[in-house]
Design a protein around this ligand. Structure first.
Ligand code: B12
Ligand code: SF4
Ligand code: SF4
Length: 384
């Protein structure tokens, strides 16, 4: 936190309020939206979080699900909190629009993560915090932090409206916006929430590859591919085909969203993707460094390799048989299991040979099971 005495109070031109000054700073910092609201608790979100945990819908995710009371009540962490300054950073123009299809062997990364897009957002938030501190107030930046539910704050502050995808959408930007806030003891005059909703549109619900949006605004994280790609353990076998070329994140409910489509269409098409074979060949440290802005369970590079193997399995080309067959000898049983599945998808003679050889030598029961399934699938494929 920045100390109260670090800056001298500013002298605003006659009649300019702190709120106006903050809006001006947000514009100059290229933030797409700013709004103010009270720092009162969000009891309805606390209930939603509890329901998600109790029903199992939060899957293995921690984050705000770990402590719903703290996440939904800013004063639980900051007893002095009076207001929230909530901002949105629109990133699609910088990150470009995903290509319609990637080359086999290239992994797709959701647009919010093709680079660390939180950097410009945090820069803007820091400038706003400096202004608040200079005016004699205290504050703390909260962004993707487990002590605030960013979307509920954005809706209360009039930054955007709830989309049926559970995303907060803003005019002109749609869902292509990252959110962040400052909790402060300044009593800022609140903005009105936006009177908008999705109307009869249900495009995101239809576009979700796994049916993870089970009701308007409600996502089952167990089936959400964005969650799957950042969860520990084995990728559930029934979800692997839906991962397609995804290496990290999922944008299907964003790309389908009409309010953001014009902006997305106007941005350049980015062909940059991740070379998946290179991921498998990389050592842990460079891999962790390259994707330092991803959320990776326990920061273990093996989960990046796991995602790469799933995407290679979905590419299903003989070009990758050699590298995947090599992974059957990897010391990590989780990676061997996914490699077996991926080889079953390719099921060319070399892949089948590698699977049969591994079936003889493999000792891990889970991997043996995956090998058997892969061989069965390959056999059914040749019979069909
Ligand atoms: C956990 C988490 C996830 C989880 C779970 C997501 C989820 N929907 O719950 C996973 C890993 C799946 C995930 C995925 C993504 N995430 Co995320 N995630 C978070 C995190 C850390 C907490 C969210 C949370 O508390 N969810 C719990 C539930 C209860 O809250 P909720 O979804 O907001 O639910 C509300 C709605 O249902 C709404 N509601 C109630 N009634 C109704 C009625 C109607 C009709 C509607 C429409 C809504 C509605 O009220 C509920 C709360 O009471 C936040 C950061 C933060 N600290 O807030 C980022 C955050 C939500 N994620 C973000 C992003 C960008 C994404 C992805 C787009 C990333 C990607 N491209 O892969 C996907 C989108 C998936 C999706 N459709 O939600 C952004 C969203 C920005 C925005 N404009 O909304 C956030 C805010 C991060 C940030 N600082 O910008 N995420
Ligand atoms: S991020 Fe992908 S899997 Fe998750 S809700 Fe959106 S479309 Fe569905
Ligand atoms: S796709 Fe349609 S229903 Fe879904 S969030 Fe966007 S506007 Fe709302």
């Amino acid at each position: 936190m920045v100390g109260r005495d670090q800056f001298r109070p500013p002298t605003y031109a006659d009649g300019v309020t702190l709120e106006q000054e903050l809006r001006k700073i947000a514009r100059s910092a290229d933030l797409a939206a700013i709004g103010f609201c009270s720092a009162d608790a969000f009891p309805e979100v606390e209930q939603s979080l509890r329901r998600a945990v109790e029903s199992g819908r939060s899957g293995s995710l921690g984050f705000t699900f770990r402590d719903p009371t703290t996440a939904s009540d800013p004063r639980a962490s900051f007893p002095w909190a009076k207001s929230l300054v909530v901002v949105g950073h629109a990133y699609i123009a910088d990150s470009g629009r995903s290509p319609e299809a990637t080359e086999p062997g290239i992994g797709r990364v959701a647009r919010f993560a093709t680079d660390d897009r939180y950097v410009p957002l945090r820069r803007g938030l820091d400038l706003l915090l400096q202004a608040l501190v200079a005016a004699g107030y205290r504050g703390e930046v909260l962004c993707d932090d487990n002590r605030l539910v960013d979307r509920a704050a954005a809706v209360r502050a009039g930054v955007g409206w709830w989309g049926k995808s559970a995303m907060v959408l803003a005019p002109g930007v749609g869902p292509w916006m990252l959110l962040g806030s400052i909790v402060t003891d300044a009593a800022l005059s609140p903005d009105d929430p936006m009177r908008r909703d999705c109307g009869s549109c249900r495009a995101c619900i239809a576009a979700c590859p796994t049916g993870a949006i089970i009701a308007p605004g409600v996502v089952d994280a167990r089936r959400c591919l964005a969650a799957v790609a950042q969860s520990p353990g084995t990728v559930p076998i029934e979800l692997r085909p839906a991962m397609k070329d995804r290496f990290y994140g999922c944008d299907a409910c964003l790309t389908s969203c009409p309010p953001g489509k014009r902006l997305a269409a106007a941005s350049f098409e980015d062909s940059a993707g991740v070379d998946l074979v290179e991921v498998l060949a990389s050592a842990d440290r460079p891999l962790r460094r390259r994707f330092a802005h991803f959320y990776v369970p326990r920061n273990e590079a093996r989960f990046l390799r796991r995602n790469a193997i799933v995407a290679l399995g979905n590419a299903a080309t003989s070009k990758h048989t050699g590298v995947l067959a090599g992974m059957l000898g990897h010391p990590d049983a989780m990676l061997r299991a996914h490699a077996a599945w991926a080889l079953g998808r390719i099921s060319d003679p070399r892949a089948l040979g590698a699977l049969r050889a591994a079936a003889v030598t493999e000792v891990d029961a889970d991997v043996v099971h995956e090998i058997e399934l892969a061989l069965e699938d390959a056999l059914l494929g040749t019979l069909a």
